[in-house]
Design a protein around this ligand. Sequence first.
Ligand code: PGA
Length: 229
Amino acid sequence: MAKLIAGNWKMFKGPVETLAFFDGFEAPDGVDVVLCPPYVSLEAAVGEEWPIYAQNVHWADEGAFTGEISARMLVELGVEGTLVGHSERRLYFGETDETVRLRAEAALAAGLGVIACVGETEAEREAGETEAVLTRQVAVLPRHEALVIAYEPVWAIGTGKTATPDMAQDAHALIKSLHETRVLYGGSVKPENAIELLGRPDVDGALVGGASLDAASFSSLCRIAASLS
Ligand code: PGA
């Protein structure tokens, strides 16, 4: 199966920078590509040839939920899926396993693809709780063919620290024993470390933050992934 490389732009790139990125981005056959721009850039991005995902979604169709966006609105825009449960949402915006479950279920019910993020903090890893945390986070995720899990150890996100390929492989094997799905690795993935990480048997792709912002480095990651598929 082709590797899936998803770019999570976080709060970077308005519509103008979004279009500039696509001018410089190319990916070969043999890799599945997804890009997750901020909400305000979704409309610009869906005109391009790649599947576009949002970074979050609310569970209600509509209502008095200031600042939120529904799955139905994303579908109307031509968006094909969404991230849910990113650790930055859990850490800074009070997401819980329960809200992640609600968001994932609503997105799937609306026909969107879902990349659901799980991962332990540094303190949890040091306390030997990685397996328990992942088991708890994965348990709430719906079983659905359009759901992919991203394993992102929180201590490796945006820090330049990467899980060793063995650490990633162990976590992915655990997640796959709990939930039959593709599992992406995320946390400081870049062209320099991609071959080793993506080469492990249970690493089905990557969720990429920093290195997805630059069209040349994201193109290079996609080429590496295609060569390993
Ligand atoms: P990073 O982010 O690649 O910048 O570490 C990954 C993510 O948060 O999805």
